[in-house]
Write a protein that binds this ligand. Sequence first.
Ligand code: SF4
Length: 266
Amino acid sequence: MLHPELDQFVELAGRHDFAVALSSNLVRMPEPGWFLRPNLYMVSISMSGFSDETYAINHRGGSFSRVTANVKRLAESIGTTGLPTKLELRFHVYRYNANELPEARAFCRDWGIRFQPYYGSFGSVEGFRTFFDTGTSEQAQRFRDYVREHVFIERVARNSLAGRSIQVCPQEQVLTIDWDGSVLTCCALWEEPGGRPRIWEADLAKYAAQRTQNEVCHQCMSKGWAADINTFVGPEEALGVHETSGSERQNKPLESDEDVDSAGHG
Ligand code: SF4
């Protein structure tokens, strides 16, 4: 939402007949009229708390009341313009905010927002590595303590805990491009193993063939991390609802017994 040319990116995509989805925490939001366009089909909002107290745990510097005011303002602007843009709230469920699910769901119902809760995970490939490796640094210990305190580990790391490897990562079906045009191995990896070629410079056929042929991806797939990273696990049972669509459930890698979404973590 903060890129100074966001409006032009959306328009450019529209001129080439692409629909656009934006993902944001809406901590800051420019005037909606600046970026709302007919080809913007979705704004996906990430949130991991539905009160001042819980929101502050994972959104340092953010304000729950300001974010909800931004969400309402955006919903009202979309309603005023009559554009088809949908809003979605991706509620990251941790032990400290699970009791807020009903309130968050009611808010979404009141404002015509699609409610999409799923269990928050380790944040990245590096997070999986830090948690499962045997490193003893203070930082690693702190991270493990944080995970054990807040994350539903048994829900989001079932493949990793069981050491179930996969041969092909679902990320290979997705082309991930960062805000500056650089092509990323995946959205869950911070340290790029092969550099960050810009999309206008990259040999995409070569890139696609070699994308996961690196040490990080091999480890990620062999340890089961890639299976968990590419699997959304929703707390539908706790809510007594089921709000996921069939198209979002494709690429389900290894799970078959529970409500699981597979789409890649944002
Ligand atoms: S194997 Fe892991 S690091 Fe590589 S693309 Fe898949 S999820 Fe990302």
